[in-house]
Design a protein around this ligand. Structure first.
Ligand code: PLP
Length: 400
């Protein structure tokens, strides 16, 4: 019979996907479910990116490209890093893959040996831990607390570092909490890393363009240039340009690392889609006005959700600095009873109740490593959001 590899035996199908499947089933049954579980913008890919893809197809750009990105794409990425992040990377210090996800996966495959540790700031995007495990590494969780704005505490980081630590993975703004670091908040963390030269830093900047209330985005290698020679700066077009399906992400880092990443990619997927690379060039070099417009739209949505959630007895939600998620505590609801007598004894039970009885899909905090919370993605229309928070309020009122 079938026998899975050791390295995937500890990795299950994510609860997020299970919730998505239930939501889809309820929808098929005709229920008006509002899904606030998705990690992708509801906006459309910009027309100039679509046009560039069409032109690329007609022009015969339908063959293999250079493994980790065409010279044109690498030039567009280098220009982006210089323009937006004050970071200078040469072409051989840049890699492009099928999404930021592939870049992160490649980096772990290229650097981790059994027993090597990767420090993750919990709660975190669930994929991180499983990507570390698939590369035979060991994820080490360091909890970021609500009262610290869900940011990593420098002393906690220092305590977690061992001789086996290879990477700290930092994601600002964060999925799932929306927490982002100002320069002053990032500084103490980078100071710890400076004292531990064997630890490399992976900065997942995928939500860079989604910061609110004027908070300037900062990335580690720019803030602390002495760390640049051991930092991989990861980014992509998925969230900024609403291009999740095109599958292009990229990273900038030291050339030895970039070369090792190319080795991994050369024996797995080869180049990212040639057509998608053309679209990515257009997105990165074309008009950037949509970034500002969409940021404003997301900030309005965030405020609608945060204000409404905080008005509900039993729910407390901090106002996140970025991304398109809120991470709200439902501690005040634990122990209450649903009308059918079922006890809400966990965030999972609360999310099940919301979905099954009130047609709203959100993801329990237990999926991300900090409970009892739930993650709500506000990457949907204001109308949907207003209706959804009304339903959540009603659902909570019906608990006793
Ligand atoms: N990093 C984080 C924190 C994410 O939330 C996601 C997508 O959900 C990704 C990376 C993956 O992005 P990409 O579509 O570029 O693979």
């Amino acid at each position: 019979g079938f026998r899975p590899a050791q390295r995937i035996s500890a990795i299950g199908v994510s609860e997020i996907l299970k919730i998505g499947a239930v939501a889809q089933r309820l929808k098929r049954e005709g229920r008006p479910v509002i899904v606030l579980g998705a990690g992708e913008p509801d906006f459309d890919t910009p027309d100039h990116a679509k046009d560039a893809a069409e032109r690329a197809i007609r022009a015969g750009q339908t063959k293999y490209t250079i493994l980790d990105g065409t010279p044109e794409l690498k030039a567009a990425i280098a220009d982006k890093f210089r323009r937006e992040n004050d970071l200078v990377y040469a072409a051989d210090e840049i890699t492009a893959g099928a999404g930021a996800k592939q870049v992160i996966h490649n980096a772990f495959m290229a650097t981790l040996s059994p027993g090597d540790e990767v420090i993750l700031a919990a709660p975190y995007w669930t994929s991180y831990a499983d990507m570390v495990r698939i590369a035979d590494g060991t994820p080490v969780d360091v909890l970021c607390r609500d009262h610290n704005g869900f940011r990593l505490d420098a002393a906690d980081l220092e305590r977690a570092i061992t001789p086996r630590t290879r990477w700290l993975l930092l994601n600002s703004p964060s999925n799932p909490t929306g927490a982002a670091y100002s320069a002053a908040q990032l500084r103490p963390i980078l100071d710890v890393l400076k004292r531990h030269p064997h630890v490399w830093l992976m900065a997942d900047d995928i939500y860079e363009h989604l910061t609110y209330d004027g908070l300037p985005f900062v990335t580690a290698a720019a803030l602390e240039p002495s760390l640049k020679s051991r930092t991989l700066t990861v980014n992509g077009i998925s969230k900024a340009y609403a291009m999740t399906g095109w599958r292009v992400g990229y990273g900038g880092g030291p050339r030895e690392l970039i070369a090792a990443i190319a080795v991994v990619q050369s024996q797995s997927t080869t180049n990212p889609s040639s057509v998608s690379q053309a679209a990515a060039i257009a997105a990165l070099t074309g008009p950037q006005g949509i970034l500002v417009e969409r940021r404003a739209a997301f900030q309005r949505r965030r405020d609608i959700v945060v204000d409404a959630l905080n008005a509900i007895d039993g729910i407390v939600c901090r106002r996140p600095e970025g991304a398109f998620y809120t991470y709200a505590s439902c501690a005040g609801l634990i122990g209450r009873r649903a009308p059918d007598g079922a006890v809400i004894d966990s965030d999972s039970a609360f999310c099940r109740y919301l979905l099954e009885r009130h047609d709203v899909a959100v993801v329990p905090g237990s999926c991300f490593g900090l409970a009892p919370y739930f993650r709500l993605s506000y990457a949907t229309s204001e109308q949907n959001l207003r209706e959804a928070v009304k339903r959540i309020a009603r659902a909570c009122r019906e608990l006793s």
